[in-house]
Design a protein around this ligand. Structure first.
Ligand SMILES: Cc1cc2nc3c(=O)[nH]c(=O)nc-3n(C[C@H](O)[C@H](O)[C@H](O)COP(=O)(O)OP(=O)(O)OC[C@H]3O[C@@H](n4cnc5c(N)ncnc54)[C@H](O)[C@@H]3O)c2cc1C
Length: 504
């Protein structure tokens, strides 16, 4: 039996999730559908979410957004990776660089060759063998030139730091220009069909009733449709990721913007530093069971580069996910779908991924469970793998200076993560499963950075003589240093191509 097509799409919420969804749908569905977005200026948006991962470029490219224009309009800077300070031990620092590590050789990944030399005491950290890391630490940036696979410069991978409010505004202009109809108003009621509990309409404060075929819940933490109306349920992950609060505060910049995010482990969580063109975004993500709000605030304010531009803004969350991301004719995207802390800047990516998957699973009005169940399975897999990657940062630590770190170090963690860590500890192996987001390069950098040192390396490395291995490793490092030297300073790159006007 065929079902009528979905024609009327209603998006509740105009934060990053709502406008990313609206923009992508307006672009792909080509005006053949009615798309309405309802948001309430009174309620406002969460207003954070400024660091991204390289996949966002695919999203912007799919929208055919001009990158320089986008960077200017959102006060953005470029991001080559994330620096982790004090995570494995106090005094430690490592970088999770995007892009590739060294140069693979034959069947083997570079890190196995590095590992043999490292275990023999000949070389220290792996960071200098990653162009993204070397460039980031020298404050360099350029887009990858098309020099072919031989040049590491071609492998530069990057993302952005941007002002979340300006990004939503940018996408709003994009979506409205392509027919999305925005309504300012507060949703006060959700009308369900008595027969099957599907959403029939939402009702605004002023009484307007907005019917639809497909409802996208982008209403933020409150999950207005997915939870308050459909009672979907929530899987709580705070026993693995105990941080449940954050304080966010922008401050003035005191130097050129670094082309990387910094995450500094603190006594009961961690502090982010996200440099934009016009300011630096900062925040302390912490566990309220381990530190008071006042102490967290004092700690945050004591660790800013420049003068604070406002009072710290408190945010509360429960790490976890909806039991179903798609329930009946409602799909939750963004914070309405769940939340994982921004340690690896994954939330905006999860929005992008959900929108892309929704377009791929675009339904008819039958909403066959064969489709929605698969959507939910794939989303669950993606969320759980990211969750495990985040847990790795907390669990694989030698820190024992506070109760928080002792609790994290000694907690039990998901079986799959234990298997990943055991395999890596055995001989530096990592095998990416299905389509999980983070690749071997990411896992290897973070596992090493968190002080998981493999006992051995891949046996095929021994096919190379010691002399050839030493020469290979030294050559890779030399080439990477030379490439980083040729790159322009990040601030000069921005000034040349995409400097934003100072904010009004
Ligand atoms: C502390 C913190 C730091 C973060 N940092 C990062 C980061 O660095 N990188 C990253 O990728 N992500 C980060 N995130 C996540 C990121 O902020 C969100 O994924 C992103 O902003 C999307 O939010 P949203 O649109 O789902 O919700 P919101 O921004 O909360 O928007 C909700 C929308 O729903 C509307 N709404 C709600 N109720 C109603 C109603 N009754 N009627 C009408 N409208 C309604 C509101 O008006 C608003 O427009 C962070 C999150 C937190 C909490």
């Amino acid at each position: 039996m065929t079902h009528p097509a979905v024609k009327h799409i209603v998006i509740v919420g105009g934060g990053t999730a709502g406008w990313m969804t609206a923009a992508a749908m307006a672009k792909v569905l080509l005006g053949d559908f009615s798309i309405r977005l309802i948001e309430s200026d009174d309620i406002g948006t969460v207003g954070v979410g400024e660091a991204t991962i390289p996949q966002i470029r695919q999203f912007n490219q799919a929208l055919e957004i001009d990158e320089n224009d986008f960077v200017r309009q959102t006060q953005a800077t470029f991001k080559l990776g994330i620096q982790f300070v004090d995570w494995g031990r106090l005094g430690d620092s490592y970088m999770h660089g995007f892009g590739i590590l060294g140069r693979d050789r034959g069947l083997l990944s570079f890190h196995h060759y590095w590992l043999k030399a490292h275990l023999a005491g000949k070389v220290s950290a792996i960071g200098p063998y990653c162009l993204n890391v070397a460039a980031a630490l020298h404050g360099k940036f350029m887009r990858p030139p098309d020099l072919g696979a031989e040049s590491p410069l071609s492998s530069i991978a990057y993302a952005y730091h941007f002002d979340a409010g300006l990004y939503a505004r940018y996408l709003r202009r994009f979506a409205e220009a392509r027919g999305v109809r925005r309504t300012e108003g507060k949703v006060k009621e959700t009308v369900l069909r008595p027969a099957d509990g599907f959403i029939e309409a939402i009702v605004l404060d002023g009484g307007e009733k907005i019917p639809g075929d497909l409802f996208i819940d982008c209403s933020g933490f409150r999950g207005l449709l997915i939870e308050q109306a459909l009672h979907t349920g929530y899987e709580d992950w705070t026993h693995w990721l105990p941080c449940d609060r954050a304080l966010a505060v922008p401050c003035t910049s005191v130097g050129p913007p670094t082309p990387y995010t910094r995450s500094t482990a603190r006594e009961a969580g961690w502090q982010w530093r996200i440099p934009l063109q016009h300011r630096i975004g900062n925040g302390y993500v912490y566990s309220s069971a381990h530190i008071s709000d006042d102490e967290a605030s004092a700690r945050l304010l004591a660790n800013l580069d420049g003068a604070p531009l406002s009072d710290p803004r408190p945010l509360r969350f429960v790490t976890g996910r909806r039991r179903k991301f798609w329930n009946r004719n409602c799909v939750a995207i963004g914070l309405a779908a769940g939340f994982m802390e921004p340690l690896e800047s994954t939330s905006i990516h999860l929005i992008q991924s959900a929108v892309t998957m929704l377009l791929s699973f675009f339904p008819d009005q039958g909403f066959d469970p064969v489709m929605t169940d698969r959507f939910n399975e794939k989303s669950t897999m993606e969320w759980e793998r990211i969750r495990d990657f985040l847990i790795l940062h907390y669990h694989a630590t030698e820190r024992s200076d506070t109760t928080f770190w002792n609790d994290c170090r000694t907690m039990s963690v998901p079986r799959r993560l234990l298997d990943y860590m055991d395999l890596f500890r055995h001989s530096g192996r990592f095998y990416r499963e299905n389509e999980e987001l983070f690749t071997q390069t990411s896992w290897v950098q973070v596992m090493l950075g968190q002080r998981i040192t493999p006992r051995s390396y891949h046996p095929l490395v021994d096919l190379l003589s010691d002399a050839d291995l030493d020469a290979f490793i030294a050559n890779v490092r030399h080439i990477i240093e030379r490439c980083a030297d040729t790159m322009p300073p990040h601030e000069k790159f921005i000034a040349r191509y995409c400097a934003a006007n100072p904010p009004a």
